[in-house]
Design a protein around this ligand. Sequence first.
Ligand SMILES: Cc1cc2nc3c(=O)[nH]c(=O)nc-3n(C[C@H](O)[C@H](O)[C@H](O)COP(=O)(O)OP(=O)(O)OC[C@H]3O[C@@H](n4cnc5c(N)ncnc54)[C@H](O)[C@@H]3O)c2cc1C
Length: 318
Amino acid sequence: MNADDGGPGLRVTVVGGGVVGLTCALQLRRAGHRTEVWSADPVERTTSAVAAAIWSPYRAAPADDVLRWGAVSLAALTALADDPASGVVLMPGTVVHRGAEPVWWASAVPGSRPATADELPVGAPAGTRCVVPVVDMGRYLPWLVEQCRSAGVVPRSARVDRLADVPGDVVVLAAGLASGPLVGDDSGFPVQGQVVRLADPGLTDWILDEENAGGVTYVVPRGHDVVCGGTAVEGAHGTEPDPTVERDLLGRTIALVPALRGAPVLTRAVGLRPGRPTVRLDRTELDGRPVVACYGHGGAGVTLSWGCAADVVALVGS
Ligand SMILES: Cc1cc2nc3c(=O)[nH]c(=O)nc-3n(C[C@H](O)[C@H](O)[C@H](O)COP(=O)(O)OP(=O)(O)OC[C@H]3O[C@@H](n4cnc5c(N)ncnc54)[C@H](O)[C@@H]3O)c2cc1C
């Protein structure tokens, strides 16, 4: 089966089957296009599968677009929290402020407010309290794949070396960190992130401490486990967990959430966030054919996925 079976709409090939490519493919199909997704890796081996994943605009720019894309995604993920199969839940939590300024994106989250003293971890001077979607990627990505399949998106397991090799009236390039080299763009870079997942002692809140003196630190409970992070090392390409890094990050997370002390380690992972000075989302021509680029989402690919997919659908046109 392929997407070239006639019918209305354009024939669109999405290169990349992480959270960004799959969301674009689903929305393109829903807009009436005959859509294929070409992906080099199974979904469980993508960077997307490593994400914590909390709605939070981390390491992505430009700010205005990020807030706009983030707001669309916030609404979409909030709606998905009504479907237990999606793996999305709405969860309260605290963003810790170590500096003078509150978190820059707080105004984008309805109901956000200053944290009270009893909502702050020991030693934290201030914080913002809000309810945001927490996305269990181990459940959400297979759910997204199934949504694509049942909508009629055709999956292909294939590594693309040249965009000229893929079929379609329009190509959508959403291959994360691997996107730039396919269009001669060398501005992308990895932002390595390590996590360790502990048994969940029954936590009800997430906590995010980007300004921690020891490095970005977060705790995201998911019921069956708690994602503890993290790191953000620009330019590092390794994907093997480092025991020294793990010891340090566990020290920071237990300092924030003492209930984690002694919780067994279940799994560990390292992912390479697709860093770029700004997210690339535009339409160009390559070999006489439109290419819509959608990559470079840094630490916010889940947070921006639905908003970016809406812009991709608009740029593909009809
Ligand atoms: C530790 C960690 C924690 C994170 N936490 C969060 C969080 O809390 N919230 C949040 O919003 N984001 C978070 N992120 C960031 C998020 O994971 C990324 O922004 C997001 O996964 C990027 O998605 P993507 O689809 O662009 O890329 P990827 O998930 O990397 O997918 C790329 C796809 O392209 C395919 N591909 C690559 N090369 C080719 C090729 N040549 N041909 C065909 N296919 C190809 C791959 O197989 C894959 O399917 C986190 C990341 C890390 C590492």
